[in-house]
Write a protein that binds this ligand. Structure first.
Ligand SMILES: [Fe+2]
Length: 258
């Protein structure tokens, strides 16, 4: 769980990282995120509690964790003597920040991927906190990530495109030809996709463990121990029958305190 203040802080950090890492593309990226902001700030990273970050603000929290893990793993590979000359830090950060962008859905009202699951049975028996919007086309997440970037006129390099496209590694059979090369020529020219895949896996595993440990925690999960009372609406969104209107009020007030 995240408090409204944590969600706000994550979003501000997310926007700052755009300026920090993408100085020539930040204007178009900010325009895209301005358009998607209302949805992306609150959306989860997955729909099932035991997957990862299936709560309000979970997406941005996941992305920030992946970018951090990617930087750490890049340094470890470099320290161990790997040839890091094939890509730039900007490319690694761009791929990390946008690998899951497709989870936001399509632009426009009502075209989100995740909708709050209101069935108590599904929430309690399947840990299903969100359901997928049945009114938008089915897509693989990387495909929609790339489509959205071109839709908002954000250019990307081949390294960035390839890393986003195959970031699920061998979990997606379609990626196999890139990872199981039969010749030296066919091998990946950079380690960027491997590092992003490992960073994503690491982040998702950490997020799962946090959820798992919160189930056994005593007396209460982190959000409930917080002194910040404004988190109640967000807690409701993820844990009980959702009170979306109250949640939005909490977020609004947190964002309007500046
Ligand atoms: Fe991810």
């Amino acid at each position: 769980m995240l408090t409204a203040e944590q969600i706000k802080e994550n979003w501000e950090r997310f926007r700052e990282e755009i300026d920090m890492y993408f100085p020539t593309r930040n204007t178009k990226l900010h325009a895209m995120y301005d358009d998607l902001e209302d949805r992306i700030v609150l959306m989860p990273a997955s729909s099932i509690a035991h997957f990862h970050n299936a709560f309000a603000g979970g997406y941005v929290d996941h992305i920030l964790r992946v970018t951090h893990c990617a930087r750490v793993l890049h340094n470890i590979w470099e320290q161990q003597g790997s040839d890091m000359s094939g890509y730039t830090m900007e490319e690694l950060m761009f791929a990390a920040m946008h690998h899951d962008l497709g989870k936001v859905g399509f632009p426009g009202e009502g075209n989100e991927v995740y909708q709050v699951e209101t069935s108590d049975w599904h929430r309690k028996n399947q840990n299903k906190m969100y359901r997928h919007n049945e009114n938008i086309p089915f897509t693989m997440v990387p495909d929609l990530s790339i489509w959205l970037l071109q839709e908002y006129d954000v250019k990307m390099s081949w390294n960035e495109y390839q890393a986003i496209k195959i970031h699920d590694g061998m979990y997606d059979d379609a990626n196999k030809p890139y990872y199981v090369a039969r010749s030296a020529q066919a091998k990946l020219k950079t380690n960027l996709p491997i590092i992003l895949h490992h960073a994503d896996h690491m982040a998702a595993q950490i997020e799962f463990e946090r959820w798992r440990n919160s189930q056994n925690a005593s007396p209460k999960p982190v959000a409930e121990k917080s002194k910040v009372q404004k988190s109640n609406g967000l807690k409701n969104l993820a844990e009980n029958n959702p009170d979306v209107e109250k949640t939005l009020t909490d977020i609004f007030s947190a964002f309007n305190q500046d």
